[in-house]
Write a protein that binds this ligand. Structure first.
Ligand SMILES: Nc1ncnc2c1ncn2[C@@H]1O[C@H](COP(=O)(O)OP(=O)(O)O)[C@@H](O)[C@H]1O
Ligand SMILES: [Mg+2]
Length: 331
């Protein structure tokens, strides 16, 4: 099959989380080639029409959509799959609606809450939200991913509305987009990866992110430093663990059920990852649903796939088995 790998047009001097999109695209192209496909890279740039023209010049049978930040803006993530569907191209990954709703963390939380799935309490800067929170608040960006903006100053004590408003305003200025406050869940952290394929979607082995040797009082989050700053303490002290004691069996089963429920609720396709925290009472909370988590070899998705005996070539083959096909009557 002739496959175009659609990726971000990453400018020189971009942040490491942005550069990672290119690393991923190159690795996916190599994995496609290893599977016998003809793979070409294609950047999705400012103008959708120019990008589509470049794409059709490659005459793809299918497009592997890895676009995360058109024009450097995470809020435009859904534009690529919307245009791909509009053009009647077969493409891998979530459709435009799923990409939009999961990437806008507040829309996703509203959908989760409406479906009765556990999402931590939240407040918008206007004071709207849902749920009561005896916990402190964690300030999060509505659109950003890769823990952008999640740092030591992201935690605000509960019951201090003025301080919360100030912290939200400061974080919005820092990340350059809307933010909200979410109840901070102290406890264990898990990632559940889902992979489509010939036989339908399946769960890959669950991973726990361990906060290894964190000091008393140190914020236990997988923040920006932990993900991207190789020289940081957090980067080296947040390993993934795939081995669990028998006593975790019921919890892991619950996480699997919830991850599956997210796949169905948001109509996900190809591959996805659901991030969880489990509070001190053992109750799991869905932090976010990633409709196109990174597929690079060093990312969580590939680590989970490797646990299931799948290399990147096997992963991309399964993803291609779940293509969004053009609707009849489209060009
Ligand atoms: N409500 C929360 N309670 C505790 N930790 C959180 C919460 N929300 C986010 N985090 C921490 O921040 C990290 C990144 O948040 P997440 O919602 O997964 O966004 P993204 O990965 O898209 O930046 C999580 O992996 C977790 O460590
Ligand atoms: Mg996450």
């Amino acid at each position: 099959m002739r496959v175009s790998v659609l990726h971000d047009a990453v400018p020189p001097g971009a942040r490491p989380d942005q550069d990672d999109n290119l690393v991923q695209a190159r690795e996916v192209a190599l994995a496609l080639k290893a599977g016998g496909h003809l793979a070409s890279l294609c950047p999705w740039e400012g103008s959708p029409l120019a990008s589509l023209a470049r794409l059709s010049a490659q005459e793809p049978d299918a497009v592997f959509n890895l676009v995360e930040e058109p024009l450097g803006q995470a809020a435009r993530i859904h534009t690529a799959p919307v245009w791909l569907a509009h053009q009647g191209l077969a493409f891998a990954g979530a459709g435009g609606k799923a990409m939009l709703v999961t990437s806008h963390k507040l829309l996703a939380k509203r959908a989760l809450a409406a479906a009765g799935l556990p999402t931590p309490a939240w407040r918008t800067p206007g004071g709207k939200g849902q749920g009561v929170s005896p916990e402190p608040w964690l300030i999060k960006a509505v659109w950003e991913h890769g823990s952008l903006g999640i740092d030591d100053d992201s935690l605000v004590p509960a019951g201090k509305p003025k301080r919360l408003a100030q912290a939200l305003a400061a974080k919005q200025a820092q990340v350059g987009g809307p933010c909200f406050a979410e109840a901070y869940i102290e406890g264990r952290e898990f990632n559940l990866a889902l992979l489509a394929g010939q036989g339908g979607v399946r769960l890959l082995p669950p991973a726990e992110i361990v906060f290894d040797d964190f000091a008393e009082g140190q914020l236990r989050v997988v923040g920006y430093r932990a993900k991207w700053e190789e020289a940081s303490y957090e980067y080296h002290h947040t390993p993934r663990c795939f081995a669990f004691p028998e006593s975790d069996r019921a919890l892991l089963e619950r996480l699997r059920d919830l991850a599956h429920a997210c796949w169905k609720l948001f109509d996900l396709r190809g591959w996805a990852r659901v991030d969880f925290r489990v509070d001190r009472r053992g109750k799991p909370w869905i932090l976010e649903v990633n409709a196109n988590p990174c597929l690079a070899a060093d990312a969580g998705f590939s680590a989970a796939a490797a646990q299931a005996g799948l290399d990147q070539a096997a992963v991309v083959a399964d993803i291609l088995a779940d293509l969004n096909q053009p609707k009849q009557g489209r060009a």
